[in-house]
Design a protein around this ligand. Structure first.
Ligand code: ADE
Ligand code: ZN
Length: 354
């Protein structure tokens, strides 16, 4: 059906509305990165946590990052207000309401249990709060949602192994594992045993690689950890042989444009390697990463990108959204239904005489 859509007959002026209302999947979203300053302050008050910021405005002003680490320091401080099951539920629910507004039909949320268990919050509190919100998202908003447990790569592999074992009583509540936090100096090779254990358990495997780290980290994530998707992966553009491999194997990259600008991975959106990645045939998807910190949710990312890239039009928009649905870990039949709905949204935007 996709081939039947006459993209040349969709005016570029229709793009903002089309991008907003088309069904899409979000595959790279850290739920702790959806904590808006207002919710951080509300939870701090509810839980009697003292914050090192005088007000919402002062906290927001601190969101001027120079690299990944400068962001992570503030992001982990923000997460310190999360103590009870209801806090995790409220955080996820606030995101799901925004996702529904952006016509996200499916989302696979990262969460960082070690950020919470190290403060004495039980694993069950984290996972039960998040998974209760996921169930309600399906029931009340028709948003399909799953959880991916991420290991913090600045900690040891033994810590990651212990975290995975601690999470096993809640195995039915998460579909995969990921790898995030400070990339440089913490290559994927450090986590081979824990990813092998996760594979034995039948979990999906993903990892952040090639955000700040070199293309070799992407190769390690594929060859040593056997991941199914690469999170970020933008530095693949520096390695022609890796680009060929990623294109041939259709390895999805979950790219986060506004994040890349805010963390100084790229200078600006006009300078982003995304057009090169898409032109080379890579399965790139657009995502928000940590929307509360980087100035926008998924539709904000899509809109900003298409504003900055005049060479991109309806064909590229359709391809990116199709990639998101196709690259998700949802059941094949469900993915097929969403892709039909995507095609229908684009078909409806065709203007016969245009
Ligand atoms: N962009 C990012 N890179 C690595 N770890 C993260 N944790 C939250 N956001 C992240
Ligand atoms: Zn991320």
């Amino acid at each position: 059906m996709t081939t039947d859509i006459d993209f040349n007959r969709i005016p570029r002026s229709a793009l903002p509305g089309l991008l907003a209302r088309a069904p899409k999947a979000e595959l790279h979203m850290h739920i702790e990165g959806s904590l808006e300053p207002e919710l951080i302050f509300a939870l701090a008050e509810r839980n009697g946590v003292k914050l090192p910021y005088a007000s919402v405005e002062v906290l927001r002003q601190a969101y001027a990052f120079t690299d990944l680490q400068s962001f992570l320091d503030i992001y982990y401080a923000g997460a310190s207000v999360l103590l009870h099951e209801q806090d995790f539920y409220d955080m996820a629910w606030a995101y799901f309401e925004k996702a529904a507004r952006d016509n996200v039909v499916h989302t696979e949320l990262f969460f960082d249990p070690q950020t919470h268990t190290v403060r004495g919050v039980p694993m069950g509190t984290v996972i039960e709060g998040l998974s209760r919100a996921c169930a309600d998202a399906q029931a009340r908003l028709n948003v399909s949602a799953s959880l991916i447990l991420c290991f913090l790569r600045h900690l040891s592999e033994d810590d990651a192994l212990a975290t995975l074992e601690q999470a096993l009583p809640y195995r039915q509540h998460f579909i995969g594992v990921g790898l995030d936090s400070s990339e440089l100096g913490h290559p994927p090779s450090k986590f081979q045993r824990v990813f092998a254990r996760a594979a034995e358990l039948g979990l999906h495997l993903v990892a952040h690689a090639g955000e700040e780290g070199p293309p070799a980290y992407i190769e390690q994530a594929l060859d040593l950890l056997r991941v199914e998707r690469i999170d970020h992966g933008v530095r693949a553009v520096e390695s022609p042989s890796l680009m060929v491999k990623l294109a041939q194997e259709r390895v999805p990259l979950t790219v986060c444009p506004l994040s890349n600008v805010k963390l100084c991975v790229v200078r600006d959106l006009a300078d982003h390697p995304l057009p090169k990645l898409l032109d080379a045939g890579l399965a790139v998807t657009i995502n928000s990463d940590d929307p509360a910190y980087f100035g926008g949710y998924i539709n904000d990312n899509l809109l900003a990108l298409f504003n900055a890239l005049p060479q991109w039009g309806p064909r590229e928009a359709h391809q990116l959204l199709r990639n998101s649905l196709e690259s998700s870990f949802a059941a094949e039949r469900q993915r097929g239904r969403w892709m039909e709905a995507l095609d229908a949204a684009f078909q409806a935007a065709v203007v016969p005489g245009h």
